[in-house]
Design a protein around this ligand. Structure first.
Ligand code: S3P
Length: 179
């Protein structure tokens, strides 16, 4: 099995956090979520950072959180916020430090998973009811698909699969990757 980090990327609602936690417990590793690291470092919520400091400030904090996670001497499972790999430096750091898995989901599945209160925790979907949130997810998913593909070593499709099934597929790939 790889001693590298296992890194999950993909859109909001792809299941990075729930799948990541499950993978971490199967692998006996710690789990970190870059949004949690940002919040711990900033002492406030992601939504509040977007509102009071703006998205560029959030992205700078996110880049630092990615660098911190990559620098961990213990191999981790790292779930990245959906936009983390838009940053070229973060993409390079993640690819160098771990196996990067894109959890891919279709826009309708993403919007079912983020649910009706999508905007409460996800500022990019804020101010939108469930229909506009779905449209935003579809637009972002289309815009970002190429970046996720270029960022990832492996793609795992998640539509129609449970968290356990996806985690099983991810762990299989990870355990069988060449060292
Ligand atoms: C974002 C995704 C969020 C969070 C922030 C921005 C994005 O994380 O980092 O709201 O740009 O896609 P999740 O993907 O964990 O929801």
């Amino acid at each position: 099995m790889s001693a590298r980090h296992l890194v999950l990327v993909g859109m909001m609602g792809a299941g990075k956090t729930s799948v990541g936690r499950r993978c971490a417990s199967r692998l006996g590793r710690s789990f970190v979520d870059t949004d949690d690291l940002v919040e711990a470092n900033a002492g406030t919520r992601v939504a509040e950072i977007f509102e009071s400091l703006g998205e560029p400030a959030f992205r700078a904090l996110e880049r630092a959180a990615v660098a911190d996670a990559c620098a961990s001497p213990d191999p981790l499972v790292i779930a990245c916020g959906g936009g983390a790999v838009l940053d070229a430096e973060s993409r390079r750091a993640l690819r160098a430090a771990g196996l990067v898995v894109w959890l891919r989901a279709s826009p309708s599945v993403l919007s079912d998973r983020v649910g009706r209160n999508a905007g409460a925790d996800r500022p990019l979907l804020a101010g939108a009811g469930s229909a506009p949130a779905a449209a935003t997810l579809e637009r972002l998913a289309a815009l970002r698909a190429g970046t996720y593909e270029a960022s990832a070593d492996v793609v795992v499709d998640t539509d129609g699969r449970t968290v356990d099934e996806v985690a099983g597929a991810v762990v299989d790939v990870f355990e069988n990757e060449p060292a």
